[in-house]
Design a protein around this ligand. Structure first.
Ligand code: IPM
Ligand code: MG
Length: 357
């Protein structure tokens, strides 16, 4: 029995639809296992720009800080695409990550048995299942480095800076080694140490941290090679640890190996048990309001929240099993159904998963 206070940010595009289904799943978990989830809805992203004049109102940050965890749908859309960089809806995400101290982003890429045909990679390569965990650094690197315009060799130039401190590398490396210890004890650190100074430093610190984890088999890979190996030999990977920007790119790539970006959850964590949970996909404005979005990534993000923030493993498994059962029984949202095959709506998928709990 527990009481948990959640800040809920539905966001833009398909955000409200998918979060709506995730909250129904949470409600079912609460009823079945006797927990209370108190949700406070707050605004961030484009909808906050429209109603409050800024993408991340102070009140949103305050409510998030007071809560036990944050649930987020997705932010952004073409309506706000012409705003200048610092005012775009995406800035809300970066602001939340920074202000809430969420430096570690866990992005599991798992192929469900029932979906092994959905992977664009040949069966001989992926097999029946795949389970990779990407640990992405989330509050440093080029996303947060010095940027601007300056006079350069060929006139005005724009610049962004990649920088990593020992402290930042050490803490994300630790998170990744701990994750590897709870899995198959293999960790690949991805960098670009053949070119970038910040990557050479990254590699040096990761090697230092590895001394505390002698059981974990560590290897290093340049990011271009890692992008290739993810397609060529995805089974090489157990846990991947990498910088903010490389993690952004590789996690989208890994999602495609699993068949659909609509399936992948994520957890953004700091030092304590507090976390922010969201699908890795975006707001998909092209399909917003049509009832065709896949709510599974957001629903699986609830499972990650129960596991990582609240240590409710049984409850987390109940969600994961309910999702697997829905897929095993052949239920598919539009993104998962083959061309012309029948599919269920966002709401129907939510209902089927709730019924399976
Ligand atoms: C992600 C997204 C964000 C990122 C964007 C929307 C700012 O792509 O969470 O992967 O680049 O971190
Ligand atoms: Mg991304």
């Amino acid at each position: 029995m527990g009481v948990y206070n959640l800040a809920v940010i539905k966001g833009d595009g398909i955000g409200p639809e998918i979060v709506g289904e995730a909250l129904k799943v949470l409600d079912r978990i609460g009823n079945k296992f006797g927990h209370e989830f108190n949700c406070t809805e707050v605004l961030a992203g484009g909808c906050a720009i429209d109603s409050e004049g800024e993408c991340l109102p102070e009140k949103t940050v305050e409510v998030c800080k007071k809560s036990d965890a944050v649930i987020l749908g997705a932010v952004g859309g073409p309506k706000w695409d012409n705003l200048e960089g610092g005012k775009r809806p995406e800035r809300a995400l970066l602001g939340l990550r920074e202000k809430l101290g969420l430096f570690a982003n866990l992005r599991p890429a798992i192929i469900h048995n029932a979906l092994s045909d959905a992977s664009p990679i040949k069966k001989e390569i992926v097999g029946d299942s795949l389970d990779i965990l990407i640990v992405r650094e989330l509050t440093g690197g080029i996303y947060f480095g010095d940027r601007g315009y300056r006079e350069g060799k060929y006139g005005v130039e724009a610049y962004d800076t990649e920088a990593y401190s020992e402290r930042e590398i050490r803490r994300i490396a630790k998170t990744a080694f701990e994750a590897a210890m709870s899995r198959n004890k293999r960790l690949t650190s991805v960098d670009k140490a053949n070119v970038l100074e910040s990557s050479r430093f990254w590699r040096k610190i990761v090697i230092e941290v590895s001394k505390e984890y002698p059981e974990v088999e560590l290897d290093h890979m340049y990011v271009d090679n890692a992008a290739m190996q993810l397609i060529r030999n995805p089974k090489h990977f157990d846990v991947i640890v990498t910088s903010n920007i490389f993690g952004d790119i590789l996690s989208d790539e890994a999602s495609q190996i699993t068949g659909s970006i609509g399936m992948l959850p994520s957890a953004s964590l700091g030092e304590g048990s507090f976390g922010m949970y969201e699908p890795i996909h975006g707001s998909a404005p092209d399909i917003a309001g049509k009832g065709t979005a896949n709510p599974i990534a957001t629903i699986l993000s609830m499972a990650m929240m129960l596991r990582y923030s609240f240590k409710l493993n049984k409850e987390a498994e109940a969600i994961e099993n309910a999702v697997a059962k829905a897929l095993d029984s052949g239920s598919r949202t539009l993104d998962l159904a083959g061309d012309g095959s029948p599919y269920v709506s966002t709401e129907e998928m939510g209902r089927i998963i709730v019924e399976n709990i």
